[in-house]
Write a protein that binds this ligand. Structure first.
Ligand code: SAM
Length: 214
């Protein structure tokens, strides 16, 4: 596991680069979004460690390397409209907000969504729309999305989410198969799904109509 001392001394960035995170825009986003604001008071010192940290309600903020890798794998540009499933602390949404025009983020636990909305407001981030509900059915109202990122582990790619992905779009999603989790990059080409397993993962479960039942 990578241990990052703090965000200011360059240790974080060097460790990420050595693990293959080289996209300059992603590294910039990680530099300017203060991760410690999304971490509970007693754990702030651990903000830049590689591990997921508890955020209440038995949920976690993903480790910084996981956030960096998944964000880089989305191959974002400024014009993209993104759907995130699993707002959690709001940190991933804040990172995405600096890299593209609009972000829609869905969280099933009301308290987490409200808290994340409050933190992003204080950071002056205004291009994120917060939705409370079951992200496994997506959010048709603003579909299609150029990119979709799922930050909880699913038993398979929810059909509704693939349907709401633009042609040529990319979805990054952790999937659990035979008891182990891996992050997959899914591409939609001529309506067909192409998938690539990029890394092992350690996520909480995606719970909902098209996810796990508990
Ligand atoms: N992206 C988050 C962050 O930056 O802190 C980390 C997400 S946490 C690992 C996974 C989140 O997914 C949890 O907050 C959990 O409540 C949420 N979740 C699980 N199933 C969901 C569903 N069906 N719809 C929306 N959110 C869901």
């Amino acid at each position: 596991m990578v241990n990052f001392k703090n965000s200011a001394d360059g240790t974080v960035e060097q460790a990420l680069v050595s693990k293959g995170v080289t996209d300059k825009n992603v590294l910039y986003a990680l530099r300017i979004v203060p991760r410690e604001k999304f971490v509970e008071e007693p754990l702030k010192e651990l903000s830049y460690t590689g591990a997921p940290l508890p955020i209440g309600h038995n949920q976690t903020i993903s480790g910084i390397y996981t956030v960096a890798l998944m964000t880089q794998s989305l191959c974002l540009n400024k014009s993209h409209k993104i759907l995130e499933i699993g707002t959690g602390s709001g940190y991933q949404a804040a990172i995405l907000s600096t890299l593209c025009t609009s972000v829609f983020t869905i969280e099933r636990i009301r308290d987490l969504s409200l808290k994340a909305r409050d933190i992003l407001g204080k950071l002056n981030i205004h291009n994120v729309t917060f939705i409370i509900g079951d992200g496994t059915i997506g959010f048709k109202e603003y579909a299609p999305y150029d990119r979709i990122i799922v930050t909880a582990c699913s038993p398979d790619v929810p059909e509704a989410l693939f349907a709401q992905l633009s042609e040529g779009g990319i979805m990054v999603i952790p999937l659990e198969m035979s008891g182990s989790q891996n992050i997959f990059v899914i591409e939609k080409k001529n309506g067909k799904m192409y998938s690539n397993n990029i890394a092992p993962a350690n996520f909480v479960r995606l719970i909902g109509k098209n996810g796990f039942k508990s």
